[in-house]
Design a protein around this ligand. Structure first.
Ligand code: PMP
Length: 454
């Protein structure tokens, strides 16, 4: 009998210390078998997961506020996904779309063309990982424009392949020792409301001002006519769940339009219902030229895509895009089932409701505890930035301690941020609300017990 699926009790339950004996035994085997360079946030090993919980090999049940880094939005064993995958596996696991095409790939492309912003003619190409989608978006933009420059932002995360390492901002641990990196990738300042402050004249750096600052850097250091694409996360993920100030993205988009630059929204983390909209761009009415998707799109199976304007997507030479596993039929079946789940279970509304609950709880915490410098996010993509009280000095040690302590009490919390001082909250959209409330009770306890002297 499988443990996962709808039968898995949605409870927080600790039967052993964390990690328990079975997890410790697996950790010993892992040390002898797995590269030490591959890290894990949690000290326990998974046996089953569904809805809002992960159950470990010792029978402990954790409330999961990470969803495998924003992947299992519909749950980690969502019934429609399990059924569709099982059905597809029994038909065929793989033919390679570049050899023998199949229906599910086309259906996913049709779905992505429909749900991404913009009512113009679109095309989609499917890949396997988020990084691969971003790389291919750059390839497509270069083929379309005949230019090579790529503009990315401070705090950006776009992946770990060679090109996307160059695009990712943070050195440690993503880039350390791995250079040289791809050339013609240029970094511009982002809008980061908590840290932007005022300009030299004392005016607040709002969204349009932050866009003007970024555009000035690009024009001076790269030249608009050399830029193939601007790649931006509409809500920055790994960099700290930074929501750019209102007006930043529209002003940037307008500037790219004026200069024939392809605007790529990297929605790998923020997309697919996570923020209470199908895509985070929609919160500001942004219509990108290309959108990259991955993570939540296929209920846990590896699938990614680039979707956008037909004339841009069709620019590379025939055969220029692809990959052995890109748009694997099992992953495509899962994606169609995940999309059906989002629609039929009203998960956009659920994301908004979970976001409202988290915002209320986090704002209350911030009022009580001066170490919470900022509460931000959209929908079920929320975060707090932790600082030394009364300052903007990042407190990464506190973030690590809170995450560790929460794990010990049966709640999984992930950290992020350039300074490592952000706690991010990404529950499955299938998370029962009472369970989410319980997780925030635990976090309150942890914060109350994690004083300056703790
Ligand atoms: N872009 C963004 C915005 C991401 O958050 C991530 C993953 N954290 C990636 C790209 C890379 O995705 P993957 O790990 O699937 O390659």
């Amino acid at each position: 009998m499988p443990l996962g699926g709808p039968g898995l009790p949605q409870v927080r339950r600790l039967l052993t210390e964390v990690p328990g004996p079975r997890s410790r035994a697996l950790a010993a085997r892992r040390r002898a078998a797995v590269s030490a360079a591959v890290g894990s946030s949690m000290p326990f090993y998974a046996a089953a997961a569904a809805g809002g919980v992960v159950v470990d090999v010792d029978g402990n049940s954790f409330i999961d506020l990470g969803s495998g880094i924003a992947v299992t939005s519909v749950g980690a064993s969502a019934p429609r996904v399990v059924e569709a995958v099982t059905e597809q596996v029994s038909q065929f696991t793989h033919t390679c779309f570049m050899v023998t095409p199949y229906d599910a790939y086309v259906a996913v492309a049709e779905a992505l063309n429909e749900i991404t912003p913009g009512d113009f003619e679109k095309r989609t190409a499917l890949f396997t990982s988020g990084a691969e989608a971003v790389e291919n978006a750059v390839k497509i933009a270069r083929a379309h424009t005949g230019r090579t420059g790529v503009v990315v932002f401070d705090h950006a995360y776009h992946g770990r392949t060679n090109l996307t390492m160059a695009m990712t901002a943070k050195n440690m641990p993503y880039k350390e020792g791995f250079g040289p990196f791809a050339t013609d990738v240029h970094r511009a300042p982002l809008s980061y409301p908590f840290r932007d402050g005022v300009d030299l004249e004392g005016n607040p750096i709002d969204g349009p001002a932050a866009a003007a600052r970024a555009i000035a850097v690009i024009e001076k250091q790269v030249g608009a006519s050399n830029v193939a694409c601007v790649v931006v996360e509409p809500v920055q993920g790994e960099g700290g769940f930074i929501v750019p100030a209102e007006g930043f993205l529209p002003a940037l988009l307008e500037w790219t339009r004026a200069h024939g630059i392809v605007f790529v929204a990297d929605e790998v983390q923020s997309g697919f219902a996570r923020t209470g909209a199908m895509f985070a761009c929609e919160h500001e009415g942004i219509v990108p030229d290309l959108v990259t998707t991955a993570k939540g799109i296929a209920g846990g199976l590896p699938l990614s895509g680039v979707t956008g304007r037909a004339e841009i997507m069709d620019a590379p030479v025939v055969g220029g895009l692809g990959g052995t596993y890109g748009g694997n039929p099992v992953a495509c079946a899962a994606a169609l089932a995940a999309l059906a789940t989002v629609r039929e279970e009203g998960l956009l509304e659920r994301a908004t409701a979970l976001g409202a609950l988290m915002t209320t709880r986090l704002q209350a915490l911030a009022r009580r505890d001066p170490r919470v410098g900022d509460v931000r996010g959209r929908g079920a993509m929320m975060a707090v930035e932790l600082v030394e009280p009364g300052t903007h000095v990042p407190d990464a040690a506190l973030a690590a301690r809170v995450a560790r302590e929460a794990t010990q009490r049966g709640v999984m919390v992930l950290t992020c941020g350039t300074y490592g001082n952000v706690l991010r909250f990404l529950p499955a959209l299938a998370m029962p609300e009472p369970l989410l409330a319980e997780a925030f009770d635990v976090l309150d306890e942890v914060f109350a017990g994690t004083g300056a002297t703790a």
